[in-house]
Write a protein that binds this ligand. Structure first.
Ligand code: SF4
Length: 301
């Protein structure tokens, strides 16, 4: 069994639900946080074998929607992990949750990489996604984060929203670049059945147009000095996400939390996507043993 170096933790709570979102998430409810954290701790205790962890990724959902007291409880659980000196410790957040006290706390606990769900600054795109963000606010928040000490930040950008033109995308890119993030993750809209846009039978844009938008992103970011190190991820030199590369290199990792998946001891497992089941302590919903051939195929992919 190879040594596990990566951990993913899923925090499924969000302040509001975006129209396209197919992730495992629920609207934040204070009453669920404590029971959730108890189960999360139990799941970690059951599986984690004390390996030294080189990448720890707290995703969701929106982990930043937790209150500072709830975050303190969450981070007590992370004290269980033996962390490498040069650990990449990522925390996902939404622009609206960024405030000084919370993020000073995260910084003091060793978080050294933030992934910020901005997605767009275009009114029409935001309305479609049922999200809010403003460039003015983003600039203010990014400078607050830099002042706290964060030196490695990712911003997410969504594209291929119906009616999105190259001009709209270029404007979004220009504003994102003004924020000077070290890393940019781009996501082409996928319309999934069980989302608001899926239920409203919204049609995806044509493949050819999607590809043209993708080309615009690749050209622009390359010109601005970003390395295109994965299909949809771009980074300044030395800021490629080590955690992303764990998946990309088909290495084993722990996944904890509702809806998380992991790869441990040649077994790929998926946790339940039902919060009710998770809170009952029924964590894993499926497991499959990977043969050498499966592993070789995955590595090739
Ligand atoms: S896209 Fe992010 S913020 Fe929006 S509902 Fe999904 S997990 Fe929550």
């Amino acid at each position: 069994m190879e040594k596990i170096k990566a951990v993913y933790i899923h925090i499924p709570f969000c302040n509001s639900i975006c129209s396209y979102c197919d992730f495992c998430k629920v609207v934040y409810n204070h009453d669920w946080i404590e029971p959730y954290l108890k189960r999360l701790e139990e799941e970690i205790d059951n599986s984690y074998m004390g390996e030294e962890i080189e990448t720890l990724y707290i995703g969701g959902g929106t982990p930043s929607c937790l209150s500072i007291d709830e975050l303190k409880k969450l981070f007590q659980i992370f004290d269980k992990f033996k962390k490498a000196g040069n650990i990449e410790f990522t925390f996902e957040c939404n622009l609206n949750d960024i405030e000084e006290e919370k993020f000073k706390f995260l910084y003091s606990k060793g978080v050294n990489r933030l992934s910020i769900g901005i997605e767009s600054f275009d009114e029409e795109k935001l309305e479609f996604m049922k999200r809010k963000s403003s460039f003015k606010d983003a600039k203010k928040k990014m400078s607050l984060l830099r002042n706290i000490g964060f030196k490695n930040m990712n911003v997410d950008l969504m594209y291929a929203i119906p009616r999105e033109t190259n001009k709209v995308l270029k404007k979004d890119l220009k504003k994102m670049l003004k924020l000077k993030p070290e890393h940019i993750s781009t996501y082409s809209l996928i319309i999934e059945k069980n989302t608001l846009v899926g239920l409203n039978k919204i049609k995806p844009i044509e493949e050819e147009r999607d590809f043209k938008l993708y080309e615009t992103i690749c050209k622009k970011l390359k010109k601005k000095g970003y390395i295109h190190y994965e299909v949809s991820n771009f980074a300044k030199k030395g800021f490629e996400s080590k955690h992303n590369l764990t998946y990309w290199n088909n290495e084993e990792y722990y996944g904890f939390g509702v809806g998380a998946s992991g790869f441990v001891g040649s077994i790929r497992y998926e946790n339940t996507k039902s919060l009710t089941e998770y809170l009952k302590g029924n964590f894993v919903s499926s497991k499959s043993l990977m043969s050498k051939v499966d592993n070789m195929e995955n590595e090739l992919i």
